[in-house]
Design a protein around this ligand. Structure first.
Ligand code: NDP
Length: 402
């Protein structure tokens, strides 16, 4: 708008007004945190209005959607170059989005909230169910604003906020990405065109890859104590791992009256001190320096595990009804890798401080970029990614570099 005002002062005069300094105007137009465009005293647009679209609407004095409809009907009065420009740059017809967000964990949902609030038409695609890994966490005690909140409850709140803004398609993961003038996102259920793609695809639980694991998975071997733990009340299980997840989940199992023993491959935990204290206080037994060599069982389920002391090489068997694995995560990067998104040495997507990947118009945030992988950081990264999308759509950095 400002550029048009400078180049065509005969057509338009424009003024940027700071709401804090002009409370009456802010009040009059109900302007809040998102940029608002008012022309001739009439509300026009909340959030980003792409430059091309603005120019088109000014030239034709019609709403972009109306113009598009006319183009689609092959309106003979429509100038072909302008129609082409509008189709390519300025408008977002049905089935096309400014942003497609892949993944509906805390990072993806926050990106979606911020993107829509910036005026960007957003679609969230989620391979599984909304909530990401957080819904596997029984109690979250380090998300600011909540002394303690259930993982499921927290994610339901974030998802409900996101649903107020945009569509979320559950059970629809990325199958393929094609990069052209627009980014084409292909799933088993549809094909979407977007100006930008935010990857918030998270990470999947690592497995040990030892005999018996695949056969007994879901029949005693599990990666989710908060989902499956209730079935082991009064029974004996092991929890493999020494990080925050393993200790949190072991405490959770103990609280549910499950007899739990931690099995860790070293002689010290990497988990936070307060969790280590909690384990001691709860009297949870720890088998140090041991790895699982084999899961033992039959078609009725898991019966025990064969352990190996990694210092002495000694083998032993332990009778258990369940075995939970909490040994970390593998970032979900298979599809982005196919289009050349660069990964770091640990296999996470490499991003700059604005969550931009090496490919213009593709951003990443949350567990898929590694780092400390906290809910609080995922939320920060999601908002940063959406703000970068907003900035880049209106002011593409890649065209400046050319
Ligand atoms: P981590 O990577 O922190 O820990 C994995 C654990 O599994 C380590 O103790 C590791 O051992 C062990 N391990 C890895 N591979 C194997 C293997 N092949 N065999 C046996 N043991 C193995 O994963 P977490 O899931 O615990 O945590 C991931 C991230 O999420 C962390 O940053 C954590 O802080 C965070 N988190 C945050 C929470 C929250 O915000 N409330 C809750 C839970 C996790 P070793 O120590 O020897 O490497």
């Amino acid at each position: 708008m400002l550029r048009t005002a400078i180049e065509r002062p005969d057509l338009i005069s424009a003024e940027c007004v700071e709401t804090g300094e002009n409370p009456e105007l802010a009040d009059k137009y109900d302007a809040q945190s998102v940029p608002l465009t008012v022309t001739n005293e009439t509300f026009r647009q909340k959030g980003l209005l792409p430059e091309e679209r603005f120019v088109l609407e000014m030239v034709y004095l019609k709403h972009a959607e109306q113009l598009l409809e006319e183009m689609q009907k092959n309106d003979p009065d429509m100038v072909p170059e302008v129609a082409g420009l509008a189709m390519a740059e300025g408008l977002t017809p049905a089935g096309e989005f400014d942003v497609v967000v892949a993944g509906a964990g805390p990072a993806g949902l926050t990106a979606a909230i911020y993107a829509e609030r910036s005026g960007l038409k957003t679609l969230v695609l989620e391979k599984g169910v909304v909530g990401g890994q957080v819904i596997l966490t029984p109690e979250v005690e380090n998300y600011p604003g909540f002394k303690t909140v259930g993982g499921v409850q927290l994610m339901e709140m974030i998802a409900s906020q996101a649903r107020d803004y945009c569509e979320i398609h559950e059970g629809e993961g990325l199958d393929e990405i094609k990069i052209g003038k627009k980014i084409e996102v292909i799933t088993a259920k549809g094909r979407y065109l977007a100006k930008s793609l935010v990857l918030a695809t998270g990470a999947s639980a690592k497995l040990l890859g030892v005999p018996g694991e695949a056969q007994l998975f879901g029949r005693g071997v599990s990666v989710c104590a908060s989902c499956d733990g209730w079935a082991y009340k009064g029974k004996q299980v092991i929890m493999v791992g020494g990080g925050n997840t393993a200790l949190t989940e072991a405490l959770h199992l103990k609280n549910m009256d499950v007899g739990v023993t931690l099995v860790h491959r070293r002689d010290e935990f990497r988990a936070e001190k307060h969790l280590q204290n909690g384990i001691k206080k709860a009297g949870i037994e720890v088998i140090w320096d041991c790895g699982v060599e084999e899961f033992l069982g039959d078609e009725t389920g898991l019966k025990g595990v064969r352990l190996k002391n990694l210092k002495t090489g000694e083998l032993s068997e332990l009778k258990v009804d369940g075995a939970f694995l909490a040994i970390g995560w593998n970032p979900n990067t298979e599809i982005p890798q196919q289009v050349g998104v660069t990964l770091d040495q640990w296999g996470y997507i490499k991003v700059d401080r604005n969550m931009r990947t090496n490919i213009p118009r593709i951003y990443a945030c949350g567990d898929v970029i590694g780092g400390v992988q906290q809910i609080a950081t995922a939320v920060g990264e999601g908002s940063t990614a959406a703000l970068a999308v907003f900035e880049d759509i209106s002011n593409p950095y890649w065209t400046k570099a050319e």
